[in-house]
Design a protein around this ligand. Structure first.
Ligand code: ADP
Ligand code: MG
Length: 611
């Protein structure tokens, strides 16, 4: 026996067992490797059968191109791969595998069998290995394709085996891997069984249908498709609108060239795109597929290949951010409406599922309304709405009630060109605007909606130039503490950019001489105090620039119409029109919804009509 301090070559098996630790951490990582091998083989059908969460048994069967008998011993040799042969190949790799170590690793730490028949071979073969023993190869009966079975994971490395969790936990990890692979390969049919019970079955389908099958109907009903092509990147997928969020990150799928990745850069780009439309700590849900020239991304960063490195990280970030931001920014009229869940109230036991978005809104918007409303921009902040509302026939409550009583169905077909959010019919408790549109009833939280409109307007204007300011007839004086006096002085330029003109009157008093023109009737002193508070919290001016939107959001909140303010019908209609053309107007600045759609059939359900 050599003493422990002498340098010696490790035995082959020990090398393989050490290496196996990097690739195969638990049943789910073994499953991932086997599924990727099957996909690389060009299969159209993959079956997965697990016993005891995969600890006892993982079986993956495919109908891909198979392995020719003579190469079978190579398949389980370390660093043996059919997928790349040179550095150039590595740099342009487009297969999921390429390191040639998965089967070698699995062979070292399990009882492994590979039964396979290559296209063109008249007979199949079966290879057996037990914990890295010499492989035994025999003829076997099998159709073209490959079946890999790994049993008793880590049976010969007890220390690693101890790290495995319960069967149920290991199974849930396997299921997550199964979903990730299945979502990226919709053209392949998949089945999954556990303890011989079939649990999941996905037929070959479109990308969108596969996403729906895995993320669920509720996700699909609340999501929009994204498609963007910009040299040298392309992105596609489905992203949930902010009204559908999750407590955790369980529905966040990002794929780069078909490979599921957890990439900080990409996750950051996505979070940024959702930044001001998400409520509190809720998580967005999405399945995003980024494709790019394989030479522009390094996938050989980690043995499990779940991290990638982009050659031009900045460009990727911008591309992804813009694609998502654009999809999320569609004005209310152009995206599906937040749909009220009437079923929940109508029958408490029924499942809570969002109904399908009203397609007609989209069709209408894209076709006619978009052109008609173009040019209908105008300062809304004062709610001086007459010129806007005169573009449409404004219905008075009296007219509505007669036209609504056509037969039994309160839908007037003559009004097929109602704007998406319809016309206001009333204001409720000084908080909600009620409107009738083609689908039925629209309920708008007027403060929340107006706040978003003001916020978006402020953002757009400040992007272009300092905010226009409007001098006050009589300056407003504010008394401030020493901290705020100093802040107001040192941030004078920044305040001017926001439309404020202030000047010290004494050591503890400031005069506000001008206010942002967009917010003429605000409580100037109150807003200035809040802004100074924000500035005090954020400190350095670099941070201020980053927090700019938060400051604008404070301003929007002040500038937005307050609850209990009575609005006239033209004012309400102007608000609806403005919402239709404002980006992200489906959510207020804090991510809460600004309006809900109740369809006539939702209302029918409530009143149990037609049952
Ligand atoms: P890698 O996938 O990195 O090449 P693996 O150890 O996973 O390395 O597999 C080694 C080789 O075995 C592959 O390159 C491939 O040629 C072959 N192979 C593995 N699984 C399959 C399969 N299901 N169908 C066809 N060939 C396979
Ligand atoms: Mg592989």
């Amino acid at each position: 026996m050599p003493t422990p301090s002498s340098i010696q070559l490790l035995p082959e098996l020990l090398i393989d067992q050490i290496a196996a630790g990097e690739v195969v951490e638990r049943p789910a990582s073994a499953l991932k490797e086997l599924l990727e091998n099957s996909l690389d083989s060009g299969t159209t059908r993959i079956e997965v059968d697990l016993i005891q969460g995969g600890i006892k048994r993982i079986r993956v069967s495919d109908n891909g191109k198979g392995i020719v008998r003579a190469e079978l011993p190579l398949a389980i040799a370390r660093h043996a791969t059919s997928k790349i042969a040179s550095l150039e190949d590595l740099e342009a790799v487009s297969t999921l595998g390429f390191r040639g170590e998965a089967l070698a690793s699995l062979a070292a730490i399990s009882r492994l069998s590979i039964t396979t028949r290559a296209r063109g071979d008249s007979q199949g073969s079966r290879l057996d290995m037990v914990g890295g023993s010499a492989p035994v190869i025999e003829p076997a009966a099998i159709d073209v394709g490959t079946v890999v079975v790994a049993e008793d994971l880590f049976f010969n490395t007890p220390a690693r085996r101890k790290f495995l969790k319960s069967d149920a936990t290991e199974f849930s990890h396997c299921e997550a891997v199964f979903e990730r692979v299945a979502i990226a390969a919709p053209e392949v049919a998949f089945t999954l069984s556990h303890q011989e019970k079939p649990l999941r079955r996905f037929a070959a389908s479109s990308a969108q249908a596969r996403v729906a099958a895995i993320l669920g109907e509720e996700f699909s009903a609340a999501s929009v498709g994204i498609h963007a092509v910009g040299q040298p990147f392309a992105i596609s997928g489905q992203i949930a609108l902010p009204r559908y969020t999750r407590a955790g990150r369980d529905q966040q799928f990002v794929f780069v060239n078909g490979r599921f990745v957890r990439d900080k850069l990409l996750m950051h780009a996505v979070r940024e795109a959702y930044a001001d439309v998400l409520h509190g700590h809720r998580q967005p849900a999405y399945a995003i597929f980024l494709t790019l020239d394989p030479t522009l991304v390094d996938v050989n960063v980690h043995p499990a290949k779940s991290e990638v490195r982009f050659r031009d990280a900045r460009a990727v970030h911008q591309f992804v951010f813009h694609a998502l931001n654009k999809a999320l920014a569609q004005p209310s009229g152009a995206t599906s409406a937040p749909v009220a869940n009437v079923a929940r109230w109508a029958s408490p036991s029924s499942e809570t599922h969002a109904t399908n978005p009203p397609e007609s809104i989209q069709a209408f918007t894209q076709n006619q309304y978009a052109q008609r409303s173009a040019g209908a921009q105008g300062a809304f902040s004062a709610l001086a709405a007459n010129e806007l509302s005169s573009r449409y026939q404004v219905l008075r409550p009296a007219e509505l009630s007669t036209s609504a009583a056509v037969g039994d169905r309160p839908v007037d077909t003559a009004r097929a060109d109602l704007p998406p959010l319809g016309f206001a019919v009333a204001q409720l408790h000084g908080i909600y605007v009620l409107a009738q549109n083609q689908q039925g009833l629209v309920v708008v939280d007027m403060h929340a909606a107006h706040e978003r409109i003001v916020f978006e307007t402020l953002k757009t204007q400040l992007d272009a130039a300092p905010l226009a300011s409007q001098p006050l007839l009589t300056p407003v004086s504010v008394s401030l503490g020493a901290r705020d006096m100093t802040l107001a002085e040192s941030h004078g330029d920044f305040l001017r950019e926001l439309g404020f003109d202030v000047a010290p009157l004494s050591r503890s008093e400031l005069a506000i001489r001008s206010v942002p023109a967009l917010l003429p009737s605000i409580d100037a002193a109150g807003l200035l105090r809040e802004l100074l508070d924000d500035l005090a919290q954020h400190g350095a001016s670099r941070v201020i620039e980053e927090r700019r939107n938060e400051l604008l959001s404070t301003m929007a909140c002040h500038g937005a119409v307050r609850a209990n303010r009575m609005l006239t019908l033209p004012e309400m209609n102007a608000l609806l029109r403005k919402m239709e053309e404002t980006e992200r107007s489906g959510q207020c600045n804090h991510g809460r919804p600004t309006w809900y759609q109740f369809s006539v059939s939702d209302l029918d359900k409530l009143f149990m009509r037609g049952r």
